[in-house]
Design a protein around this ligand. Sequence first.
Ligand SMILES: *Cc1c(COP(=O)(O)O)cnc(C)c1O
Length: 377
Amino acid sequence: MGTQFWNFSAGPAVLPKPVLEQAAAEMLDWRGCGMSVMEMSHRGAEFTQICDEAEDDLRTLLGISDDYAVMFMQGGATAENAIVPMNLIARNASNSADYVLTGSWSVKSHKEASRYGTARVAAAADTERQIDGVSYNPWCWVPPLDSWRVQADASYLHYCSNETIGGVEIAQMPDMQALGAPDVPLVLDASSHFLSRPLDVSKTGMVYAGAQKNAGPAGVTMVIVRRDMLGHALPYTPTAFDYVNVAKERSRFNTPPSYGIYICGLVFKWLLQLGGLAEIEKHNLAKSQALYAQIDSSDFYTNPIQPAFRSRMNVPFTLASDTLTSQFLKESAQHGLLALKGHKSVGGVRASIYNAMPMEGVTTLIDFMKEFERKHG
Ligand SMILES: *Cc1c(COP(=O)(O)O)cnc(C)c1O
């Protein structure tokens, strides 16, 4: 028997095995039509069915009403960081939007938006902070949601609901009424925890997510936007990135990333069969609780994040020295535990435990961590 591999990559990341198996079985001939999905016209009956079903299944999973457009686009969340302000920052005459900075990705979003209008900072975790007697480093805590300074004339409020690199998750949504900005819609970069738990889309103006973290292969960006916010695109917005055009054509304004959409569709069906987002959330909660419990059980491993905002998807941790970290990464790879190296900007170890990572993978990691500590602690 070969080594059992477990893939902890932050993205592109592990996909459900049944999905890959089905894709393999259908690779050469999709359901007797004589073509691979890759070879189909994006306007033909077959792909129309695949794409519309994917959209409908995503709507079912998240309970998205028809007040929202659901689109499959290209360019990743990085392109979306520009496409969002191009489409939305001119909603209000202020030509401004407010951003909450909690780590690498939200900082990038803010910087990109400032090229298209006034991008203000509503709150930032860019300093050290004492919370309940514990000191947290920059980007390891979240400014209290009731302290965000949102301007009532902002075209939207943007935040990253799961910082993939830092391992910071904001599952709660701010009370915009209490913040004095009831009409300012929320815009979430949810890339790395999209479909990992229920999300009340109706409380947002927009949600976007690159597929390659938790929903499919690279090349697809999922974009959900409230239709009444559309129609204010900046004049130089590329026509293929104007949400009005893409929404009108149900993701087929131009050739969409068709094979990627097909795989996303299979992932959506896999989730629906499993029982939906409330069900997958239980698995994700159990996996992350087990891993954090192991990290917290001794001083050998440390997670630096304010406990209330620890990510269920991306779990970074450090060891006492760089030498120990390198040793950990080397030995874990030999045990079939792949891609555990932390992002280059923060170092250490990061275990991404997305939907498709079974509990067995997490317990294998935990057993390895125990053994490694016994040997080197
Ligand atoms: C990965 C990621 C991005 C960037 O995605 P690309 O597909 O590389 O553009 C942006 N935001 C978050 C939260 C991410 O996890």
